[in-house]
Design a protein around this ligand. Structure first.
Ligand SMILES: Cc1ncc(COP(=O)(O)O)c(C=O)c1O
Length: 446
């Protein structure tokens, strides 16, 4: 069937939907000769293949056919009880089952929150930059996104407050603030305790919900744990999303939401027509990992590996980047990403184009900015590449930065303009060229 013919049958939202250019990029660079600092994939060597091979027959024997049956939308009771214990260790004691909903990973939590709280025209506050998958989920609901700049301590409360005052003057009342407080994707920064408290008090003053998305919280490599937003929540306005994707394995597609019973009940209603329930088998596997203490072991191993890879990346940047270039980067205390800031006069899309020609990939930062800003920024992942690939990837990126700086016009103007593609098209023979160009043009919303 031709796409032009199909168009007549499409819903409005399907017509507006876009493919994620980043996912397209990831498909193209899935070649062994490309060093990818682009994706957000966990290291496959952390996946508990042997444990799982031993555990699956045991789970099937113990639970029989019920492991393969539909289950309650709220989630498996045994898993929910284990999750309550896990949350109690992280400052959330006494969570009853009515405060936890098991989801098909965090992305579903984001989607459900969008469905329950956002209607076309509603405004949501997010970080500049923010996780693309969240921006995609909220945009799919027709929400308008208002971005607040982050610095090394995360979202800046004074700018948030000023924005909310302005919006109020315009008659706009946002519904919700979306945050990744711990080791943010993409910037790698962590919201400080005082800012968490300030943001909660602003949320109270302007009567907003707070959506805390925390896939990396258990992956801290240095520094002190900061209390979760939910544990600081005094009036039930925080909804928190967690996932097994980065601490166990993403193929499990399993996460959970912690919120007030009224919110959970609404999310359950929204989940029913989407998937009826989360995979029973996945839930029993996660339950077993929690109950046996193997999850703790798994997290410790993962932390150890990523602590080393993070160090390799930071050392490589220190070694390869000339301080005179004026490039800065965040020093994440956990998570999977580091954020690179080029001088204002440079465009990360130019750098990506050069890097791709040297078979190195990363993601340009403007993709994560709901307002299309951040053209001089980039995200580097350190969980997936090997230490050797990180070192070689950074060396090649640094060579490209050096060249870009040397070629920079004396006027300090941007080296690329929207309407004048500087680099070759897909016909140039390099399959990544057209894609790199697309990345410079698209206001990406996952
Ligand atoms: C901030 C953030 N939220 C949510 C997700 C979705 O993760 P999953 O659906 O695998 O739990 C990701 C994935 O990378 C993420 O970085």
């Amino acid at each position: 069937m031709k796409e032009t013919y199909l168009q007549q049958f499409l819903s409005d939202s399907a017509r507006k939907a876009k493919r994620s250019e980043i996912r397209e990029l990831l498909k193209l660079i899935a070649r062994p000769d490309v060093i990818s600092l682009a994706g957000g994939l966990p290291a496959p060597e952390t996946f508990p293949v042997d444990h799982l091979a031993e555990m699956l027959p045991r789970v099937l024997k113990e639970h029989g056919a019920s492991a393969l049956q539909y289950g309650p939308t709220e989630g498996d009771k045994g898993l929910v009880a284990e999750l309550a214990k896990l949350m109690a260790d992280d400052g959330l004691p006494d969570l009853g089952p009515d405060r936890i909903l098991v989801t098909s990973a965090s992305q579903q939590g984001l989607d459900l929150c969008g469905r329950v709280f956002l209607a076309p025209g509603d405004t949501l506050i997010c970080g500049l930059p923010s996780y693309l998958g969240a921006l995609g989920a909220f945009s799919a609901c027709g929400a308008s996104l208002s971005g607040i700049p982050l610095d090394d301590e995360g979202m800046q409360p004074d700018l948030l407050e000023a924005r909310l005052v302005n919006l109020r003057c315009e008659g706009v009342r946002p519904k919700m603030i979306y945050l990744v407080p711990d080791f943010q994707n993409p910037a790698g920064v962590t919201l400080s305790l005082s800012r968490r408290e300030d943001i909660l008090s602003i949320a109270r003053e302007f009567d907003l919900l707070v959506l805390e998305d925390s896939p990396y919280r258990q992956l801290r490599y240095t520094g002190e744990t900061v209390p979760s937003m939910k544990s600081l929540d005094r009036d039930g306005r925080v909804i928190s999303l967690f996932t097994f994707s980065k601490i166990l394995f993403p193929g499990l597609r399993l996460g959970w939401v912690v919120a007030e019973p009224e919110v959970i009940s609404r999310l359950v209603m929204a989940k029913q027509p989407v998937d009826l329930c989360t995979s029973s088998l996945s839930q029993l596997v996660a339950r077993e990992f929690l109950k046996s203490g193997m999850l703790t072991e798994q997290i410790a191993l993962t932390r150890e590996l990523y602590t080393m890879k993070r160090r390799v990346l930071l050392d490589a940047l220190d070694r390869e980047f000339d301080p005179a270039w004026g490039v800065t980067w965040t020093k994440p205390e956990g998570g999977l990403f580091l954020w690179l800031k080029l001088p204002e006069s440079l465009d990360a899309a130019d750098l990506l184009q050069m890097a791709l020609k040297k078979d190195v990939a990363f993601v340009t930062g403007s993709a994560f900015h709901c307002d299309g800003s951040g053209r001089n920024t980039a995200r580097l992942n350190f969980s997936f590449p090997s230490p050797e690939q990180i070192q070689e990837g950074v060396r090649r990126i640094a060579m490209s930065v050096g060249r870009l700086i040397a070629e920079r016009p004396a006027t300090g103007k941007k080296t690329i303009s929207k309407d004048k593609p500087k680099f070759a098209s897909a016909e140039s023979g390099h399959p990544l060229d057209q894609l790199a160009w697309n990345l410079t043009l698209t206001e990406l919303v996952e």
